[in-house]
Design a protein around this ligand. Structure first.
Ligand code: B12
Ligand code: SF4
Length: 557
């Protein structure tokens, strides 16, 4: 058993001829079961941790398991990726094909599923070598919990290449990944058209900022460390051009924990985009201090249209927030058409029942387009976990399936009880929804501001981008505003009036098309929204489809 990548030199006897299955953990996910599925923890980014209190207005979609897709693309061995299997589909794949290596990807919450999958491999494919990777590898004593041959901590492409005897330093090939799948909102499944959904680009893993609670940072080396797949703007530009051509996209979801931190790379990318006339749209993660290193015009010209920014708490001492007026920054970004997704932590050390309501209200007052709330959670592998363990404050009887930041504390907080932690978390989501309205409405607001500001901008790339966005606003989104305005009266009349005002503004800009779609499509959306609310009230949940993709595949003889 090898539980670290450091100094690991063993290779598989078949090298690049080994047949590999890479799989994510089995579903269903959004239900309570004995393997660790939890209804509160669906396989949906927004509905899990951002818009979950927004009922039928919640933005719902799935994202593929990019780690195993990246590994598959970067090895020459015959390899299948099985994503979101059922237990039955996993068993079928193990028995139908001969696999020398079965690689299982998981995060800590799903350790119970990994245990069961290892058991299944031993039973159904006993000759296979089991390799487990992803964040689950940071679980303390994981080697005693699961029956695996290798447990890989950290970056997996180089590990797998080394294990197969391939060149671990070869350039990284990027798979063409459609970022979101089966998007739904207001009870409607958005039709999937080639090029309509952003492509995911992963320039790096890890983050050098090293915030004490941050699991992605610690998993890839911690403070000062990270793994760059593409060092330069030129490399990144080339990868993006390739994916643009393959998927016909002009929008990218950039999965890099702190994209703007690498200023030279970002500015070189901008230069190349300008030279080639690329009107791309980028959704990025960035810390406030990294954003502040750019002018608004640089961000806009770089195509930044959506930014996920850690706000944590107005009083937190994390280095990324020092000196930042977060509220002001949020307002400024939105004025420039950049949608802001804030992320606030509930249950920081300084929180008490007396001050936490004020902190929640400050977060709500930022009026971000989206707002993620998460419980302060010591997760294995992080400095915070070590610190809590040393202080004897970790609660030891909690199932790992319940440690994900959206349920209850897994540690003893100085002032807030475990039960109350969930109440405060739920309240934060509700207050944000109730006082700011559906995120879809807030996005529409930002889009209109951006278009009004940049519709006559000298750079045609920028004009084109805002014109693309506003096309949606003047049609389908305006119909959605019509329906939201009616439906939100039940929640908050003041917000409903604000939605009405925005709709009027949109209709002033686009008198014919916006009015027409509001009148024709609006009532349909209102009906589908209400139908969705009834379905949700009856307990409807959504599961991702299963994918099976083979690369350099040859049938076993
Ligand atoms: C996309 C994503 C999701 C998607 C799901 C993707 C999927 N199909 O599983 C959604 C949005 C649904 C999701 C949900 C959740 N997520 Co999530 N998610 C991410 C995110 C943003 C990106 C993951 C990614 O693709 N990264 C890029 C790839 C290249 O990196 P990677 O996956 O780590 O893979 C590398 C290595 O880990 C390794 N590796 C991975 N698999 C394997 C397998 C083998 C065999 C080997 C050898 C190596 C290996 O090699 C890869 C290349 O280096 C990460 C944050 C992040 N920046 O990574 C969080 C993250 C993985 N999620 C996390 C969490 C906690 C959750 C949730 C519990 C939600 C929550 N409350 O926060 C739910 C769980 C849902 C469930 N029921 O399982 C945590 C995991 C914490 C932990 N220590 O376990 C992370 C790290 C975020 C965070 N910082 O807290 N998530
Ligand atoms: S800035 Fe964000 S990604 Fe980076 S270490 Fe801090 S929390 Fe993690």
């Amino acid at each position: 058993m090898e539980s670290s990548t450091e100094g690991f030199t063993e290779t598989h006897p078949k090298g690049s001829n080994a047949r590999i299955l890479l799989t994510s953990v089995f579903g269903p996910y959004a239900q309570d079961d004995e393997f660790g599925s939890r209804s509160i923890n669906p396989m949906e980014l927004y509905h899990n941790q951002v818009t979950r209190a927004q009922g039928s207005f919640s933005l719902r979609m799935f994202h593929r398991s990019w780690g195993i897709m990246m590994i598959q693309e970067n090895i020459s061995a015959p390899c299948s990726v099985l994503d979101f299997p059922t237990r039955k589909a996993f068993a079928r794949e193990l028995t139908k094909n001969h696999y020398d290596i079965v690689g299982i990807s998981s995060i800590i919450v799903n350790v119970g599923k990994v245990r069961e999958m290892c058991r299944m491999v031993r039973e159904l494919s006993p000759h296979s070598t089991i390799v487990v990777g992803g964040h689950v590898a940071a679980t303390p004593n994981v080697e005693t919990m699961i029956d695996a041959d290798h447990i890989v901590k950290g970056e997996g492409i180089s590990w797998m290449r080394r294990y197969l005897g391939e060149d671990e330093h070869a350039p990284i090939r990027h798979p063409a990944i459609v970022s979101g799948i089966e998007t739904r909102i207001m009870g409607i499944r958005i039709p999937e058209r080639k090029g309509a959904t952003a492509a995911t680009i992963i320039p790096s893993v890890g983050c050098p900022m090293g915030c004490n609670f941050c699991t992605t940072s610690s998993f890839f080396g911690g403070k000062g460390k990270f793994v760059n797949f593409y060092e330069t703007g030129d490399e990144l530009f080339e990868v993006m051009c390739g994916i643009e051509a393959k998927l016909k996209v002009n929008s990218f979801f950039v999965m890099d924990e702190n994209f703007l931190l690498h200023r030279t790379r970002a500015l070189r990318l901008l230069e190349l985009m300008k030279q080639a006339g690329k009107s791309w749209e980028l959704s990025i993660f960035a810390s406030a201090n990294a954003i502040r290193k750019y002018t608004m015009l640089e961000l806009v010209e770089l195509g930044v249209s959506w930014v996920w920014m850690g706000l944590e708490s107005p009083k937190a001492s994390y280095s990324k927030l020092q000196g930042e007026e977060v509220g002001e920054l949020t307002r400024e970004l939105r004025k420039h058409g950049i949608r802001v997704q804030g992320s606030t932590i509930i249950g920081l050390e300084h929180h008490t029942p007396a001050n936490i309501l004020g902190e929640i209200e400050s977060a709500v007052a930022y009026q971000t387009d989206f707002h993620q709330f998460m419980l302060y959670t010591p997760v294995p592998g992080t400095p915070l976990y070590k610190e809590m363990a040393e202080q004897g404050r970790l609660l030891t009887d909690i199932d790992p399936a319940d440690i994900h930041g959206q349920f209850k504390f897994n540690f003893r907080h100085a002032a807030i009880s475990r039960e109350d932690s969930k109440k405060f978390l739920d309240l934060a989501f509700w207050r944000d929804f109730e006082s700011n309205g559906p995120s879809l409405y807030r996005m529409c607001q930002t889009m209109l501001l951006g278009w009004q500001r940049y519709k006559d901008y000298p750079d045609p790339r920028v004009r084109e981008r805002f014109a693309r966005e506003v096309k949606k606003l003047s049609s389908a989104y305006n119909a959605a505003l019509w329906a939201m305005e009616k439906e939100f009266k039940k929640v908050n009349r003041g917000v409903s009036q604000r939605i009405h005002k925005l709709r009027r503004e949109v209709e002033k800009e686009f008198p014919v098309v916006a009015r027409f779609t509001a009148a024709s499509l609006g009532p349909v959306l209102l009906w589908s929204t209400r139908r969705e609310d009834r379905r949700l009230a009856k307990g409807r949940t959504y599961e991702p489809p299963t994918f099976l993709e083979r690369r350099t595949w040859v049938s076993a003889t």
